[in-house]
Design a binder for this molecule. Sequence first.
Ligand code: NAP
Length: 217
Amino acid sequence: MSRVRVHNFSVSLDGYGTGEGQSLERPFGHAEGRLHDWFFHTRSFRAMHGEDGGDTGVDDALAGAWEPGIGAEIMGRNKFGPQRGPWEDHEWTGWWGEDPPFHTPVFVLTHHPRPPLVMKGGTTFHFIDATPQEALRQAREAAGGLDVRIGGGPTMVRDFLAADLIDHLHVAVVPILLGRGVRLWEGLEEMEKRFTVESTTTPSGITHVTFTRPADQ
Ligand SMILES: NC(=O)c1ccc[n+]([C@@H]2O[C@H](COP(=O)([O-])OP(=O)(O)OC[C@H]3O[C@@H](n4cnc5c(N)ncnc54)[C@H](OP(=O)(O)O)[C@@H]3O)[C@@H](O)[C@H]2O)c1
């Protein structure tokens, strides 16, 4: 069966996956770009956005695992944009411009479904109100046998971990303290027992921790 993967999910030392006060100008709220600085510098991130250059090395090697083998993504409504409640701005098509870097179907979980958005480059956003299990069923069907990525934010990743639906989780622990925002680990006591856990710290100061479900489970 296809696997369910999370990549490059950045958390502060105090466990926040995003800051407080998200807005159009500040997608990560008061965290600004501090959670993803390490990622923005990598060759993989730049290539994802059609740019040359960028750092190579261990951060980049891990960052580059984001794309291969993925056939669909599931993301939360707050990753897609800053609107809350019923959609008011129907022109909003996400933070990523007309050719988003996903190039697959993307299922946006929301209590306010709306018609799909077909973008350039193979990305279609489907807005669905569904349990994690049902969202995963739909994403797997759309992925045609490839893996499904859980794209975040922290609420989504936490819900999928709580439902034990994730097979591989890559967390980048960034040595900053945010103090407020949305925490990833809330309520996931002893989650690590379900996984093989590996970690490595890179010269940039990031500790990459991977949680991988053992092959026999
Ligand atoms: N740290 C990282 O690497 C990383 C990665 C990706 C994103 N982010 C950041 O994380 C932030 C967003 O995270 P978040 O935790 O605030 O929110 P989120 O996980 O993106 O989305 C949560 C929202 O999705 C909807 N939703 C979730 N489960 C649902 C379900 N089963 N059925 C229907 N709707 C459901 C609800 O919205 P409604 O009820 O309003 O519809 C809920 O409030 C953004 O700032 C983003 O930039 C960080």
